[in-house]
Design a protein around this ligand. Sequence first.
Ligand code: HEC
Ligand code: HEC
Length: 174
Amino acid sequence: MISTKTLIMVSLLGVMVASGCAVSQSYKEEELGLRKVDLYSEKTVVAEPTSYSTVAAGESKVIQRSFENAPPMIPHDVEGMLDMTKENNACTGCHLPEVAEAVKATPIPKSHFFDMRTQKVLTEMSQARYNCSACHAPQSANEPLVKNEFQPEYRKQNGAQRSNLLDTLNEGVK
Ligand code: HEC
Ligand code: HEC
């Protein structure tokens, strides 16, 4: 059994250590946020301008996939293409498998010709994939404010350049 006296001594010691060790460090307002300006004023806040690719489709360099089977991001200019309507989808005009090879575009993969609900292969592209830019987006060339330490691991040698989701879809699911 620990005596009451010892207990009091130990806790007193604890309090002394805790208060003695507390480092009194303070930060200026300008150091707190990621934007490094006074947090109480918007006056000097200027967001970095977005700068999307202006390189025409066919002349851009594809961007490495973020991780295995991540949707690829759009490396080329999309000026005039994103007012996508029921009647007009510029993306399919170049990316449907039957035309992709001729224009050297990556063909729309098998997974987009598959109905995820009924698990059936479709003869036409799934309507759920019609709005390409819901998943594939143009990228703005800005430096991230916080460095991303994520390291992707691709199981296939070309995993950073191509996808194979439909072949691996239910992997590990019984
Ligand atoms: C005029 C033909 C054309 C049109 C229209 C077009 N693309 Fe492309 N796209 C290409 C080509 C060609 C590439 C390969 C890179 C290059 O050569 O610029 C490409 C690359 C891509 C990539 C990267 C593929 C990869 O393997 O990393 C994505 C994603 C993409 N396009 C999506 C779209 C979307 C979404 C639209 C509609 C908003 C669209 N594209 C419209 C021709 C086109
Ligand atoms: C619901 C999200 C979603 C939509 C909508 C979608 N995609 Fe994808 N796309 C993906 C994902 C995720 C991948 C990577 C995994 C895979 O193969 O399915 C992909 C892969 C691709 C690839 C790369 C194929 C390869 O062999 O590496 C192309 C090209 C592509 N999509 C084009 C399109 C185009 C064009 C549209 C519109 C007509 C579209 N996608 C609509 C999610 C989407």
